[in-house]
Unconditional design. Structure first.
Lengths: 253, 331
């Protein structure tokens, strides 16, 4: 086994008097899918916000590729290859696929000596990235606003943007929550193909079915603490639910 | 990217987008045809194939157009700038006062123009800070600036409402085709910025989803501040052209042009919900308004009909915009 790509070591964070995370650790290997589960308010969002540089831990460290990582802001995390896809996907709905992939990092070219946005390149990359994810979007829709695309296609654009910018760790917050069944399946396939390219995925989901379909490990949080961690092959839905709601909580202590 | 063809695209939503793009052009064409026919029938003369009329229409379009170019940027970000009319008036007065104070050479005019831009930076910057940093709704922030610029304009004008200025260079700037050419230059510049630069791209992104723009690393607050400053500077150019054309700066120079500027943008296909709009669309919108206004004057129709006609066109444009929005969000 290679060294872990990402390690969270004993992280605690408080907001005022509330301890949102208590001494939580996790590690993530390349090509691994780690599911993060737990009830509402268990600390899942807080934990991913620590990893993506939004929050700064009160205690504990994050290690990336065997070195401690200091994240001042989300830009820092992104420049290291830690990308987060939030539920709202953070797409500009009025812009086309290529513009969304390059938003904030547009390629430039020269026309008549003036620097202009290289739309041809953006368009080509959009097509290439979607092809890599095996997503079919008709050519004429590629240049229209992404508002016109389906939920699964939009999810694919958000994923495509992350992998185009060389995401090493991809954090996905409830990627299937707003999708229909065929689209959910498509997203699961996407996670599978990401895995095969060596990208590590942290998947937040309420849906145990999804978790069992794609994950290697599951980490259950409860009231800001790690309630348990299991290999997917060695656990079942019932045990995970018990970890989440806490029937076996006392026993674990 | 394929060129727009004359055939209707197959999908309903594409068809809608296509109609949204071409209807201002068709409407302008229909209006011109309508006035041409009316003119031929009523007075037996051509309306549009006449150099004088053409110049008059373009001149009538150019002043509100200058405000409308800045307004296009603002509306794409889902904002609005209600202060542009009186910032234009303030600019008209300041140009006259500053140039008079500096003498009657061309250097004096250059000083006057410089001072005008500097003065107009202030309301634009304050608008930007209020809206981008302090979170004041654009409608309210710029309404406040509407009052402030109005008062400042009249105070700067002194006892009379207008400041006359007899300056050769200035008169040249306002004569014949010159203001039209100046407008076209600014129009092209704005079009290039909006369509081909990162600045333009970010303007659309912020209008589409400010949260996404922020997460993509775009400095949304700074960008919005610059947009409101730009809007005020375009208003300043409008004021300069006004003073040049009439050899006098008037504090109420742009009073009637505020609504025309917003109307031009909306008729041109921009959405008040933000995220869409083109400078070329705004040009068409301004031409539509100018053709209605000048056409009705040319045919000696009571001037108050202009307001009704332009008002109806605005309402219809907003209805079309809302209908598009509804269809697009409902998929």
């Amino acid at each position: 086994m290679t060294a872990p790509l990402l390690e969270v070591k004993n992280v605690s964070i408080r907001f005022g008097g509330v301890e949102a995370l208590k001494n939580v650790s996790l590690s993530l290997n390349p090509g691994e899918v780690l599911a993060l589960a737990g009830d509402n308010g268990a600390g899942k969002s807080t934990l991913i916000k620590v990893i993506s540089g939004v929050y700064h831990p009160s205690q504990g460290e994050i290690w990336f590729e065997g070195k401690p990582l200091l994240l001042r802001d989300p830009q820092d995390a992104r420049s290291q290859g830690i990308e987060t896809i939030y539920q709202d996907l953070a797409l500009a709905d009025n812009l086309d696929v290529g513009s969304n992939i390059f938003l904030g990092r547009e390629p430039m070219t020269k026309r008549f000596g003036f620097p202009v946005i290289d739309r041809a390149k953006m368009h080509d990359v959009a097509r290439e990235v979607l092809q890599r994810l095996d997503i079919v979007i008709p050519e004429r829709k590629l240049t229209g606003p992404v508002q016109m695309l389906s939920g699964g296609q939009r999810q694919a654009i958000a994923i495509g943007r992350a992998i185009y910018w060389n995401a090493r760790v991809l954090i996905m917050d409830e990627p299937t929550a707003a999708l229909g069944v065929p689209e959910q399946r498509k997203v699961m396939e996407l996670i599978h193909s990401l895995k095969s390219t060596g990208v590590a995925v942290i998947l937040i989901s309420h849906n145990l079915h999804d978790i069992f379909a794609v994950s290697d490990r599951i980490l259950v949080l409860r009231r800001g603490e790690k309630a348990g961690e299991r290999l997917i092959a060695e656990t079942n839905g019932e045990e995970c639910v018990r970890l989440m709601v806490g029937d076996t909580y006392q026993a674990l202590q | 990217m394929t060129a727009t063809t004359a055939t209707l695209p197959p999908e309903p939503l594409d068809r809608l987008a296509w109609i949204g793009r071409v209807w201002p052009w068709l409407f302008l064409l229909a209006l011109i045809t309508f006035f041409e026919a009316w003119s031929q029938a009523r007075i037996g003369r051509t309306f549009i194939f006449n150099g004088y009329n053409l110049q008059a229409i373009l001149l009538a379009a150019s002043a509100p157009l200058m405000l409308a170019i800045g307004q296009t940027f603002v509306i794409i970000t889902a904002g609005i700038d209600l202060s542009v009319g009186f910032v234009m008036g303030l600019a008209a007065v300041i140009l006259a006062q500053a140039t008079l104070a500096a003498g009657d050479s061309n250097a004096a005019l250059a000083i006057g123009v410089g001072v005008t831009f500097l003065v107009c930076l202030i309301p634009g910057w304050i608008n930007g800070v209020l809206i981008a940093r302090l979170g004041v709704p654009a409608f309210i922030g710029t309404l406040g600036m509407y009052g402030v610029a109005r008062g400042a304009g009249f105070l700067s004008a002194g006892s009379g409402m207008t400041v006359s200025i007899d300056h050769e260079g200035l008169a040249w700037l306002g004569d014949g085709w010159t203001p039209i050419i100046v407008t076209v230059v600014f129009l092209l510049g704005a079009h290039i910025v909006l369509s081909f630069t990162r600045f333009g791209q970010y303007t659309y992104a912020i209008g589409g989803n400010p949260q996404s723009a922020l997460r993509a690393g775009i400095n949304v607050k700074r960008h919005l501040t610059i947009i409101y400053i730009l809007s005020a500077l375009f208003a300043a150019v409008g004021g300069i052209l006004y003073t040049a054309r009439y050899s006098a700066g008037a504090a109420n120079a742009g009073e009637s042009m505020l609504l025309d500027s917003i109307a031009a943008v909306v008729i041109g296909g921009a959405s008040l919900f933000g995220g869409t709009g083109k400078v070329i669309g705004t040009l068409i919108g301004a031409l539509i308004i100018a053709v209605i206004q000048f056409g009705l004057i040319f045919l000696d129709v009571n001037a108050f009909w202009q307001f009704i006609a332009v008002g109806v066109v605005i309402i219809v444009s907003v209805l079309i915009d809302q209908y598009k929005e509804k269809l697009a969000s409902g998929k």
